[in-house]
Design a protein around this ligand. Structure first.
Ligand code: ADP
Ligand code: MG
Length: 276
């Protein structure tokens, strides 16, 4: 197992970063003097710009996003570039075989899954010819909408239990090419809910509905419940977040051994501080 883990670390990208600086992002942005490509020019280059009339609209506050380290929403920060590298590596692994559903997990709580899923989604939404749907897949704890700073009374559980239509649980955060599902009811019996046929049908619909869409699931940790293992059955690829200098290698090995190895796209080394 140790050899297998070594391979995974060598073969895939790592995200070397620590986002302590994110709190200062808006100030830094004001000073940026590189131009953003105009809408007209984007359209000429093939920019897909769907109009999300069916989705509920919320407005995100940029300062809240910066405070909560959702750094990749901003156009020109060091963090955004790192997530673009991560995005590129994922595109390399997934484009050729039609994989477009990805889950982000880790061995244990608090290693950075949710923040990685959010920032990766913002990075995907910046691609000219792709859209992205970010789904909060932790049915016991819905955090995405909290990081993004909006209230939400509807999410996956409401769809699965209350038969709420998909269009009603989808939120458009006012940012081009990204929609979100996060919030609403929490349930203890999440594992059982995840293996219902309604969940399987939903995962399949999400995958097939729009060929130009990536679906990113923020999944629970692998070692605290069976949920991540069940999620793994429904997606094409799996990213495993590892917290630098914190996650125990035995825990990473144990988590990886519980996931389908052929689906693991790679690991993301999170909270790495290069100056240490
Ligand atoms: N790269 C990072 N740099 C600094 N803090 C981070 C980073 N990634 C996550 N965090 C912080 O770690 C905590 C846990 O992150 P979170 O994404 O909620 O973890 P998980 O979803 O794995 O439970 C949060 O306080 C978050 O702000
Ligand atoms: Mg989380």
């Amino acid at each position: 197992m140790a050899a297998q883990l070594k391979n995974i670390f060598e073969d895939v990208y790592k995200k070397f970063m620590n986002m302590e600086q994110s709190r200062e992002l808006p100030a830094k942005l004001d000073k940026a003097d590189i131009q953003t490509i105009s809408r007209e020019d984007r359209a000429k280059a093939g920019w897909i710009s769907p109009v999300y009339t069916m989705s509920r609209k919320v407005r995100l506050d940029m300062k809240t996003l910066a405070n909560n380290r959702c750094a990749a929403v901003f156009p020109c920060t060091a963090e955004t570039e790192v997530y673009k590298v991560l995005r590129t590596r994922i595109l390399d692994c997934t484009k050729k075989n039609g994989s477009n559903t990805i889950m982000v997990t880790s061995a244990l709580p608090r290693e950075g899954k949710t923040l990685t899923a959010i920032n990766l989604s913002f990075a995907f939404a910046k691609l000219f010819e792709q859209t992205v749907l970010l789904v909060d897949g932790d049915l016991r704890q819905q955090d995405i909408h909290k990081y993004l700073g909006y209230e939400s009374d509807r999410g996956l559980v409401d769809y699965l239990l209350d038969r709420m239509p998909l269009s009603e649980i989808m939120t458009w955060p006012g940012i081009d090419k990204i929609t979100l599902i996060s919030g609403g009811r929490l349930v203890r019996e999440s594992t059982e809910l995840l293996i219902t046929s309604r969940m399987w049908e939903l995962a399949s619909e999400m995958k097939d509905r729009y060929p130009d869409r990536y679906v990113i699931f923020d999944a629970p940790p692998v070692l605290t419940s069976a949920d991540a293992m069940n999620f793994a059955q429904m997606v094409d690829g799996i990213l495993v977040v590892v917290q630098a200098e914190k996650t125990n290698v035995d825990d990473v090995n144990a988590a990886i051994s519980l996931l389908p190895i052929e689906k693991i796209i790679g690991t993301v080394l999170n909270k790495f501080a290069p100056t240490r």
